[in-house]
Design a protein around this ligand. Structure first.
Ligand SMILES: [Fe+2]
Length: 186
């Protein structure tokens, strides 16, 4: 029997499939987050799927389950960076930090979305997503990220976010625009 340290990507995808079948989404997302945190504790996860030493690569898909369309991506950042507030289109997303933390901000939308290009958002929560921890963003949730040098995080998505149209917000200008990620906009 595998130990928890050896929790593999295949086990993760199988457990996630079972959770989605049993509980559905969004009800099952908290349980899937627990599976992600188990995966983060596998010390060999990145060397196994990316190589040793682990290269910095902006985005690598290391797993996909065709039945549930769940994707597992690794983001390896040599230099610090940040994103603007955004949603994930029709997808849910779980962010788990593997090495070093990400500062995570959750935003709440205040307007009703009826005025094209206009959006008012405010920070709802601001926290550090430490290594070993994962955070759930349900469909429609808005967040932004900020990280330092040498940060590796995993992103588990329900559907392929990188082929979707997502929203990007500018809280200062109170504006929102659509980013077509399939065309490299994000
Ligand atoms: Fe995101």
């Amino acid at each position: 029997m595998a130990t928890e340290n050896g929790y593999t990507l295949d086990q993760f995808l199988a457990d996630t499939r079972a959770t989605i079948k049993a509980k559905g989404v969004p009800s099952g997302l908290a349980e899937i987050r627990d599976h992600v945190e188990k995966l983060l504790r596998n010390p060999e996860l990145l060397t196994k799927h990316l190589g040793d030493p682990v290269p910095y690569r902006e985005r690598t898909t290391i797993g996909h389950d065709p039945e549930t369309d769940v994707h597992v991506l690794v983001h390896g950042r040599e230099k610090g960076g940040k994103s603007v507030p955004h949603d994930h289109g029709p997808c849910w997303v779980i962010y788990g930090n593997y090495k070093n933390p990400t500062r995570m901000r959750r935003w709440r939308r205040l307007d009703d979305g009826s005025k094209p290009g206009y959006a008012e958002i405010e920070i709802q929560r601001d926290f550090m997503n430490e290594a070993g921890h994962a955070s759930v963003f349900a469909v429609g949730d808005i967040h932004s990220i900020e990280y330092g040098d040498d940060t590796f995080f995993i992103r588990v998505t329900g559907g392929d976010v990188e082929s979707q149209k997502t929203l990007r917000f500018d809280p200062e200008k109170k504006s929102v625009q659509v980013a077509d990620r399939a065309r490299g906009q994000r």
